[in-house]
Design a protein around this ligand. Sequence first.
Ligand code: CIR
Length: 260
Amino acid sequence: MHPSSLIAITRDVSPSLAACELSFVERAPIDLDRAVEQHRAYRSALAALGCEVHDLPAQAEFPDAVFVEDVAIVVDEIAVMTRPGAPSRRGEGATVAPLLARWRSLRAIEAPGTLDGGDVLRIGRRVCVGESARSNAAGIAQLRALLAPHGYTVQGVPIHGCLHLKSAVTALADDTVLVQPAWVDRAAFAGYRIVEVDTAEEHAANVLRIGDRVISPACFPRTHARIRVAGVEVVAVDVSELQKAEGAVTCCSLVFTSAP
Ligand code: CIR
């Protein structure tokens, strides 16, 4: 039997990234070459942290397709293909599904449900889903029905002022979350140790946990100091051009173990 390995699925930056969806971020010119280079460095960071990176080719017809996190939820037992809330993003999953099917049996969110992976925060067997403009009650109910047989509890969490739940909160460890309290109520995470982002770094709550370390955008040094005080090592990556597309670090990959 092969030992289990950490898989990361990514997708190259679309040449049409400038036409991305934007909700809470002002449109600003994106340097595409720089975005491509930053994405390459992000993949290198994943590899350096032990991930086997499977990079899909860019899709010119889908400006936001680099943000692969939104098209699937991967748990140990199954993967759920989402139905993204933005109609422009609904075709992105078609080329991710066959790759994911190498490791997981696939399920799917069906209309009228909508769900973006960026709204789904899993900590152990607890799954929190942002009640956002992208993920509706039907989508959350379908995810609950698909995951409950595998022992997961799925709970809707209201958010306000940001795109996705994981814009507002991510996990630093099984017992610790990093929170932007302006966008999500800290009370939803009672029982966890809570680290707040620095007030000068509004978008700093989105970190990608790989084992006992986190990847975080390089532009948030004050929050990095807080994370380190909490005992977690930070790997900083520059994703400035992807941030202009309202993306950050969790959204650019699907990370899971090959054989749990
Ligand atoms: C969108 O609005 O769908 C993209 N421009 C950004 C998606 C970012 N996804 C994520 O954080 N999971």
